[in-house]
Design a binder for this molecule. Sequence first.
Ligand SMILES: CC(C)(COP(=O)(O)OP(=O)(O)OC[C@H]1O[C@@H](n2cnc3c(N)ncnc32)[C@H](O)[C@@H]1OP(=O)(O)O)[C@@H](O)C(=O)NCCC(=O)NCCS
Length: 153
Amino acid sequence: MASDSIAIRYVTDGDKEEWTRLWLGFRAHYDIPIPDGLGDANFKRIMDDSVDMWSAFAVDTSRDDKPIGLVNWVSRPSTWDLTDIVYLHDLYVDENERVRGVGRKLIEFVYSEADKRGTPLVYWTTDHYNHRAQLLYTKVAKKTSKVIYEREL
Ligand SMILES: CC(C)(COP(=O)(O)OP(=O)(O)OC[C@H]1O[C@@H](n2cnc3c(N)ncnc32)[C@H](O)[C@@H]1OP(=O)(O)O)[C@@H](O)C(=O)NCCC(=O)NCCS
């Protein structure tokens, strides 16, 4: 697949099946149980204009716009700035479509949408051992000094 046949578009109402397939592919990378109904709830929130949660597909225009990658992102208020900041939640590219620029295009799409909304700060986290993802991230972003803590439940 030539990289010029990759396009990025927003996920819409009729995309639930492919959205779910890609999202489950993403979640399969994590050994964290998925609560019942979470996929449905996420899709509903993404379709809800009143919720600042969005999703876009990478599609292959040379194969009937087949979805081959997914990005989900949210924005939230920040005490450090007057504008919201964007958190890129989930990024996934089908296994046989990787290292062709799809992941980069999905991140760049989030950047451009964040710019349009006047919320240019975009951040995300990854596992320290996810070297594959970091090969991409070092090219499109800077690594910060922050580490993450979370409450033990
Ligand atoms: C991480 C992921 C989204 C990357 O998607 P992708 O489409 O393969 O990424 P891209 O092709 O856009 O970018 C790959 C970049 O890394 C570089 N890269 C990839 N493999 C490389 C290697 N072995 N050596 C050196 N560079 C490499 C490429 O050169 C490319 O850089 P370029 O855009 O300057 O050419 C994909 O691997 C994935 O879905 N992984 C499973 C889920 C996951 O880990 N998600 C992220 C969770 S934080």
